[in-house]
Write a protein that binds this ligand. Sequence first.
Ligand SMILES: [Zn+2]
Length: 105
Amino acid sequence: MKHEIKIPRQIKLYELICLIKHGEAITTELQKQKCYGMFLKDKNVRHIWLDVSQSSSDLSDTFIHECLEFINQSTLGGELKHRDIVAISHGLHQILEQLRIRFVK
Ligand SMILES: [Zn+2]
């Protein structure tokens, strides 16, 4: 992959900060819940959890997906259906892969 972009520790949407977490404990928790990533909002703190044990391509896809969950919850009032988020994130992921851009841990 030509352009490997390191997944940052946090991302911001307007004034909203979302912390990005991964590691052994996060992977164990996600696997327990049978998912590869998760967006959580606890009071005013937003988190994206990522299972970094998945393949590098799948991790990039999951990161894009969870960013869309963050956008949906923060600026669209959760109006996007989950299947829309899945379709848009898979589509963006495919396009970015063709451009040889991948988000990595
Ligand atoms: Zn989702």
